[in-house]
Design a protein. Sequence first.
Length: 344
Amino acid sequence: MANVSYRKERIDRGIKARTDDIFAIASLQETLYLLFPRLLLIVPLVVFPLLQGIIGAYWETVFLIALVVTLLALSWDLLASVGLVSLGQALFYGVGGYFTAFLSNYLGLPPLISIPLATVSGASVCTLLLYPVLRLRGVYFGLITFAIPLLLMRTIEATKILGGTEGISGLAPLPGLTVELYVMVAIAFVGVFGLRRLIDTDYGLVLRAIRDNDRSVEAGGINVPWYKAQAVFIAALPATFAGAFIAHHYQVVGMSAFALDYSVLPLTAVVIGGPGSFAGALLGAFVLVPLSETLRQFGTLRVVIYSVILLIFVVGLPEGIFRFAQRKYQQFERLVPMEEVAKE
């Protein structure tokens, strides 16, 4: 006797195959197919700030922190897209916070002006700080970015500048938690969709080519350090904005703005969500931050748990949750009969 063996075959859905390069939608069903994952991302973020009476201010604050980590993770993801693996997102976050504190307290500027100014000026300063080391590759660049926030912390502590260990307090408050959440949600949307569009342009193609083989790009006559500097500036913008915004939320900024958590959390969020997708950074942040709050009782042991989670995803699901879900959504599987195999 003979039996039939089957193999599993993965096939792209028709709408996916037709919309890889151009949008060719044939029906309302396919329109809904394209809109569903986007609405699944957008609707919860828009609705959640309205639920304060149900979930309470505490979890809305957790939601705000998740948005902060999202912006830091977007910053990390763009740097990684250029081949710059950063271990110091706290640098951007802390510089943004201190800049807005200086502009608010010493120059008397309102948050509506100080936050945008701190975002741009902080990103510019961070770019100047990192420009001399942009030629470094791999772990060497990461080690420098890891060391700079620690160096700034010790400098502030030793010299007592910018308020020393007590920081700068009394910053102008923001209108309210609901308004803050919607502002951060809007910035997160701009970051996710804007960076996804940027990386798909010709400019983004150059950035990805630099990541893959910067020597070949340089041999083609392109100024690689200049492109890397532009990428650092663009990547710093969401992170410095997050630092400036949260400084006004808490009305204080201190050395804790350079804490290790602001470097570890974004990296872990991107790995969980899926590197290179930007939407994965948002998804990873909203998985990690609530989990982090749940693990708060473990104190500094949380960093160890983050490392274990990071290891699990690197080994078990390196593409991240978003890439995995995207692949499953865009494909279907079926069993295909193979040639009959004689039964022994």
